[in-house]
Design a protein around this ligand. Structure first.
Ligand code: PDD
Length: 283
């Protein structure tokens, strides 16, 4: 089946959908995005994704050409047209089309693009086996709290990980872990969940917020602080979270097994709770 995508008010076959070569998203990475997961044909944490989208827009002086209610309708229409029951909806807003210049006019009309990706999220081999990560220096820009499409460095780190026989990279700045290439990072020590606190250094993950809330609600202890690669290696377990990986255990760092080298009980339990609660709250 040919995928239907959304571009500026139109639903088009993916090969008919076109963006101008002068779009600032293409030329300057002047664009932001959100990825919302879909389970049983429903959206997970949609409102939180919209809140973060609004924050990213505000930080960059961008605006969304349609209302939140309309965005929800577009998400649903795309899910329906593509018969998406499990996977994600990708949404991107760029500043729009303007002749190439570092300065931009405030009159530019934004470009809004959405598409779906069918993916098996619940039944995931990585969740069952756990993933292997390597550590890489974090060389990204200083505003990682804004969800921009400047994803070249994370993409290169992911490729370095694959080349090293691992699945992903954890980024390290001034000796402490910031986050994964496209996920938030956690360790567990003596049953305490440790993750970096929010700031400009990491994306404020929607899954992170949900997981920390669920963990606290079942009396799991949470500490938001920086941690080092040495702490990762001596941790009882580790895991990542994101809209598409939910909670996925990490079983190896830089070639060294974590804990007993299999998915840890805290990560496994949090994944179960996350899926259960997400299905209950999905819209
Ligand atoms: N990535 N940190 C980074 C750098 C990310 O790119 C992401 C998400 C996260 C987790 O955020 P959330 O829980 O809101 O998905 C953390 C998405 C999934 C992506 O780029 O595909």
């Amino acid at each position: 089946m040919k995928r239907i995508v959304y571009v500026n008010g139109n639903y088009l076959g993916e090969s008919e959908a076109k963006i101008s070569v002068f779009d600032r998203g293409f030329l300057f990475a002047d664009a932001i995005y959100e990825v919302t997961s879909v389970l049983e044909g429903k959206l997970i944490d949609f409102e939180s994704h919209i809140k973060r989208l609004d924050r990213s827009l505000e930080e960059l002086g961008l605006f969304c050409p349609i209302s939140t209610d309309e965005l929800l309708l577009v998400h649903r229409e795309l899910m329906q047209r593509n018969q998406l029951t499990e996977g994600c909806v990708y949404m991107q807003i760029s500043r729009g089309v303007a002749d190439r210049d570092f300065a931009y006019s405030l009159e530019v009309e934004p470009t809004l693009v959405l598409f779906t990706q069918a993916k098996s999220l619940i039944d995931s081999t990585q969740a069952k086996s756990g993933i292997k990560v390597i550590s890489v220096e974090d060389k990204r820009w200083g505003r990682r709290d804004i969800k921009t499409v400047q994803l070249l460095y994370p993409s290169m780190c992911k490729m370095m990980a694959i080349k090293a026989g691992a699945d992903d990279a954890w980024l390290v700045q001034d000796g402490t872990v910031t986050e994964g290439t496209s996920n938030n990072a956690y360790i567990v020590k003596n049953r305490k969940i440790i993750t970096r606190s929010l700031g400009n250094e990491i994306l404020h993950g929607i899954t992170r917020a949900a997981i920390l809330m669920y963990a606290k609600s079942v009396q799991m202890e949470v500490e938001e602080r920086t941690f080092t690669i040495d702490e990762v290696i001596s941790a009882d377990e580790a895991f990542i979270t994101s809209a598409t990986s939910f909670v996925t255990p990490v079983v190896e760092m830089d070639g060294q097994s974590l804990g007993d080298g299999t998915p840890g009980p805290v990560a496994v339990r949090l994944r179960e709770i996350y899926i259960e609660e997400s299905l209950r709250r999905a819209i």
